[in-house]
Design a protein around this ligand. Structure first.
Ligand code: DGY
Length: 324
């Protein structure tokens, strides 16, 4: 007998087909995230859930689903889930690491290059039919090659960003919860520095730490004030790691040169003021958005779910303490 799995969203078609070979699928959301009430109703009596990073699986939702045994999150981040409560209730939580590392690092670089070389501004200029002539002093950006890149958070994605920086002959500073072993620092030519030094000296600062209460507004007024007026901030991690109001104020006061953002505090809401700024490049949370990666993420979800139904430990368990 096939077991039932609740999906908050449809995922790649080929993954839906694979899932359907093993489970009865109950898809509750369309292009938008279903509301908490809708998820709550669909979870009654259900054991298996596939959620995405946009659904808040909070304490009250978890408490209202006493049969729930596993949440397979479609995403490497799982800050949308109250992990502590899930763990207390003995619910397994899994994520989809590794497969999106390169795509997210690529998008980080796309934002970094786009904002420093004024690519989106230039595109708007051409489409607006405002371009008259090549001019020696026109639309000058900032060099990337040879500059200093500051990476905050040196996990998988931070390291993949560092790897790409080698092609731009950059000096790499990093700050992270844990210092890398010397051998890895050598491999990525990355120097561990105190946060203050990184903020003061980097020309580009890129954020790659997971979101938690500890990293909430990690970059705020104080940190932005320390950055160089010529520096750029890139965020492809989670919106609330940056205090958006502080960033707006810093950009308005020209305390920093620009920002490349893929994530926002209240997605999909993006503050109107950002949209008026030519020196800000805005992407709609596209870090992992390639066809290949979204299929690979779906396959990870399936592996985790199938392991659980076979009675095996899911490979990407983020709360191993729940595993008996
Ligand atoms: C993740 O997997 O956490 C990403 O933010 C989704 O693109």
């Amino acid at each position: 007998m096939k077991r039932q799995v609740v999906l908050t969203r449809r995922i790649a078609e080929e993954c839906m087909k694979k899932l359907a070979n093993h489970f009865h699928l109950e898809v509750i959301g369309g292009d938008n995230s279903p509301t908490k009430e809708v998820i709550q109703t669909h979870l009654q009596g259900k054991e298996l859930l596939i959620s995405t990073v946009t659904e808040k699986i909070d304490a009250s939702l978890i408490h209202s689903a006493p049969q729930l045994r596993i949440i397979c999150n479609f995403g490497v981040g799982f800050d949308n889930i109250d992990l502590q409560v899930a763990t207390q209730k003995g619910i397994l939580v899994t994520n989809t690491p590794d497969v999106l590392t390169d795509a997210t690092a690529d998008l980080t670089w796309a934002l970094l290059l786009a904002v420093s070389r004024r690519l989106c501004e230039g595109d708007r200029f051409v489409r607006g039919k405002r371009w008259q002539s090549w001019t020696p002093t026109f639309m000058l950006g900032a060099d990337v090659t040879g500059k200093t890149l500051g990476i905050i958070g040196m996990g998988r994605i931070g390291r993949a960003v560092a790897k790409r920086a080698a092609g731009f002959s950059m000096r790499i500073f990093y700050f992270s919860r844990t210092r890398l072993p010397q051998e890895l620092e050598k491999r990525w030519q990355a120097t561990y520095v105190p946060l203050e030094k990184l903020l003061r000296e980097a020309d580009f600062i890129s954020l790659h730490m997971p979101y938690s209460a500890k990293t909430h507004h990690f970059i705020g007024y104080h940190e932005l004030r320390q950055m160089k007026p010529t520096a750029f901030l890139i965020n492809t991690s989670r919106g609330a790691i940056v205090d958006e109001q502080a960033l707006l104020a810093a950009l308005q006061a020209r305390q920093i040169a620009g920002a490349g953002l893929d994530v926002y505090e209240q997605e999909p809401h993006v503050p109107e003021a950002f949209m008026q700024m030519e020196n800000v490049v805005l992407a709609p949370h596209l870090g992992s958005a390639t066809k290949e990666v979204r299929i690979a993420m779906g396959n990870k979800v399936i592996e985790n779910l199938l392991a659980y139904v076979r009675g095996e430990r899911p490979p990407n368990l983020v709360n191993p303490e729940v595993w008996r």
